[in-house]
Design a protein around this ligand. Sequence first.
Ligand code: NHX
Ligand code: ZN
Length: 596
Amino acid sequence: MRDPRQWLSGLTRRAWLIGAAAFFAICLGTALFLMRDTAPAPATIPISQLLDLADQHQIRRVVIADNQLYATAVDGHQYQATKEPQQTVTEQLRRDGITVVVVDRGGGAIGLNSLIALVPLLIILGMIWVMLRRGGPNNQAMSFGRSGARRYGGQNVTVTFDDVAGVDEAKQELAEIVQFLKHPERFRAMGARIPKGVLLVGPPGTGKTLVARAVAGEAGVPFFSISGSEFVEMFVGVGASRVRDLFRQARRHAPCIIFIDEIDAVGRQRGTSVGGHDEREQTLNQLLVEMDGFDLHTNIIVIAATNRPDVLDAALLRPGRFDRRVVLDPPDIRGRQAILEVHARSKPLAPGVDLAAIAQQTAGFSGADLANLLNEAAILAARANKPAIGREELEEGIMRVVAGPERRSRVVSEYERSIIAYHEVGHALVMKALRHALPVQKVSIISRGQALGVTVQAPREDSYLTSRAQLKARLASLLGGRAAEELIFGDVTTGARQDLEAVSDLARRMVIEFGMSDLGIVATPGRDASPLSADLAAQVDRAAMQLIDEAFATARRILSERRDKLVTVAEHLKKVETMSGEELDALLGPDWTVCD
Ligand code: NHX
Ligand code: ZN
């Protein structure tokens, strides 16, 4: 899917190009026309007369352009004459002592007139070309059969493993590939089967492309890269021929790396989807054919990336194809710190800024998120004309990545501001009251992106399992905003729709996937397999409803028991707009009680 804005700007750029081409063509045509008109018109005379004049020494100079003779007389007159195609007059003219210049115009005589006639044709051809480019399924359609990877053709990479942080295990596993690319003969001498394909598996932003580039950089080999989606967006047959071209080029530059991003776009299980997917299948088949064609002496490693390894065609994963799998997990706290350090290399940090603390506050962030965070912080510091990036900018950077940039320009009435404050503090107090809820990191009534206010929780670090009590606390926390609105204003608003969506989604998963409702362990064929029977679906809905009802009752109870605190904190938040977890703790005081 292409960004519509990109498409639009592409369109206006094309319109501009057409305009510029037309303007240029008109200028050229006019210039040629004027040139023709201002030149002194030569008198056209028979060739016999011209030769007679030459014999009479009336001619000084003759330019022969194909069958046209342009003669300049001694008195300055211009004559033009046509000769027979095979007739040579040079010898005779030379004997008469005339300077002869022969102009080769490559075949047929193209006079200025015919040149001018060509101009409109050129304009039309140009327009057809532009329209073709724009009318095809996409721009790449024009480079039929040419590999999109050509654009990166044999790119020399300067990225090394030093630039990749937070994925130490993946680096270790890939170090072997680097060794092979550097010293293939060692492996061959041992009779080792050389890997052909490596599958990088990991969620978006975990650095799959970066890691692949770093392998090429470490080994010092060219890097060919293409995205699976580029293969399938084209006319039928183009994908396969691109694969062919890509591998042909790679063979020419071996040893090298071929990187195929989003391989799931081409490599989905064949025959599972309805409709015409011939194109994808052809592309996939061609890819398999190419990889099977590697012999012992093909020093090419194909690295493919995906975040959906489960949907890949089994044929891709068979031995001799993508039989190595390297998993890139979202970074843990140490990994995040290392990533932050890499990205902070080129950025001045204020003294006392603790990247370890930032790493702690960014659980769940991917490498790309962290890069984004630091970039946002750098932009903020530059905009504020500060000498270095401080803690304040980093914290705002976190908020921007989590919830988008502030939208202070949004005008909110005093009454709505009040609703927003109570809604957010409702979330926060339920989180504070429940032992199993996550800590509150920030509460804010400053608009960000789509949201009028946010309550950010500090995610738990280093946990791979979540208990039922924790999930129930999450349900109640999500409903705390709605409960507060109801308790204070006696009415509720549309603003909670995000919360309600999250609640029903989670409750449903608790029933079906985790077996955490009164329904017990539900025998379902998996989350996204065949649909539930009508009877079971109704029971699942009821069980989910029950979880939600309980959670809402918990939220209401907590807030009505702590109504005074709710008012105190919400009124304070209306003044300060944003509170950190610590500020909230301080305001709640020592008599705050926690329950299960
Ligand atoms: C609207 N927004 O759409 C207005 C502008 C109840 C105080 N008419 O639950 O802002 O109503 O705890 C990501 C995150 C839409 C995407 C939040 C898309 C919220 C947010 C709806 C606060 N905080 N609701 C909340 C809110 C709204 C919405 C979102 C999103 C409100 C609530 C949005
Ligand atoms: Zn909410």
